[in-house]
Design a protein around this ligand. Structure first.
Ligand code: ADP
Ligand code: MG
Length: 345
């Protein structure tokens, strides 16, 4: 080997060592970028292992989605539908991406999830905070206006009969989780935890060290975490009576409506957490299972393996039931380890 070639090889090797040093540093301890925002009526925490610009784009997407779905915002699809007087309203591809799968969830849950529950949500005051308890005749009339099958989605338009109202509150954050996950993954992000207000969480990949993300499951009767779920490439959605409610004459009325009665669901559950690769499924099903209650909810889980979900049911009397697929990923936290966990199979 002549000297010139030797010198060039040495330079290459040294250069390689110098180049490797910062790269090796990157691989052993990547730093996340993180932000906290208020959107969709809740505080969201987004943590991604990626570029700040990628995170900024994700935040922009959330605000766009919020504006597109907010029932109080003129020109949102929700506002347009609720004020169309029974006329057909054009829907963008994005909106039908949400509407189609959401209506499928309404159908598969036998209407326990019903996007047209909004008249009742309004009548009870959950949309304004001016709470009231409608009497039985008003409830009967409200129940007659809840029927997702009356929502006609066809040819890039949707029609809602006059007198009915929709909202996407039960599915919007889950949908946002799926949308952000695909946007972030396309941008090359392999590890992220999207906490869209505790009730919808999406774990993209595992943590950079390969261990799963650890997410708390709240004790419905307190501020503490009753258990921890390990998640990787999974969404998680929680619906609970402790999240938004009011009390009148000693009765607690929560923001989840039983479409059959047009009254707040009273199924004996305090909360339901759903885990699935699809965040939309988590969000939609957590609302539906809360309406169904433990027994019907467990039967629903057994009957629908194709929906690819697992669940944690916490009842008002303090019992805990989990579906078999969570046995290895759910653990009780300190202070709760004496509680019995029933594994559903
Ligand atoms: P959160 O929004 O707190 O995460 P959910 O996902 O369970 O809770 O959604 C509850 C919201 O969905 C309510 O605030 C209301 O707007 C709407 N809603 C209430 N009951 C139903 C129902 N049975 N089906 C569909 N939407 C509902
Ligand atoms: Mg929901």
């Amino acid at each position: 080997m002549n000297n010139a070639i030797f010198r060039r090889l040495t330079a290459l090797v040294l250069g390689g060592v110098l180049l490797c040093a910062p790269l090796a540093g990157c691989q052993t301890k990547p730093e996340p970028v993180q932000t906290t925002i208020f959107a969709m009526d809740t505080v969201m925490n987004l943590t991604i292992y990626g570029e700040q610009e990628t995170l900024n784009q994700a935040v922009e997407r959330i605000y766009l989605l919020q504006n597109a779905l907010d029932p109080n915002q003129e020109d949102s699809i929700t506002y347009d539908l609720n004020h169309a007087g029974g006329e057909r309203v054009p829907v963008s591809t994005g909106a039908s991406d949400l509407l189609g799968p959401s209506l499928e969830l309404c159908a598969v849950t036998g209407g326990a999830l019903d996007l047209t529950a909004y008249s009742a949500v309004q009548a009870w005051g959950f949309s304004t905070g001016e709470y009231r308890v409608p009497d039985q005749s008003e409830l009967d009339e409200l129940a007659s206006r809840i029927d997702y099958t009356a929502l006609e989605l066809a040819d890039s338009t949707v029609r809602l009969p006059e007198g009915m109202a929709v909202d996407f509150g039960a599915v919007a954050k889950g949908y946002a989780g799926d949308l952000l996950a695909s946007q972030l993954t396309s941008a090359g992000v392999k590890h992220a935890l999207l906490d869209l207000g505790q009730s919808s969480i999406h774990a993209i990949g595992a943590k950079p060290d390969g261990s799963p993300w650890r997410v708390g499951v709240q004790d419905p009767s307190g501020d503490r975490y009753l258990g921890v779920l390990e998640l990787a490439d999974r969404g998680m959605g929680t619906s609970g009576s402790y999240q938004r409610y009011f009390e009148a004459d000693g009765v607690r009325y929560c923001h989840i409506i039983d479409p059959d009665t047009a009254a707040p669901a009273q199924s004996g559950l305090a909360s339901v957490t759903v885990v699935s690769p699809s965040c939309l499924t988590c969000d939609g099903l957590s609302t539906a299972l809360f309406v169904m209650g433990l027994e019907e909810g467990a039967d629903f889980w057994r009957a629908h393996p194709e929906l690819d979900f697992e669940a944690i049911f916490l009842t008002e009397d303090g019992s805990i039931a989990i579906t078999a697929g969570l046995e290895d990923s759910f653990t009780l936290t300190e202070g709760y380890t004496d509680r019995e966990v029933t594994v559903l199979s």
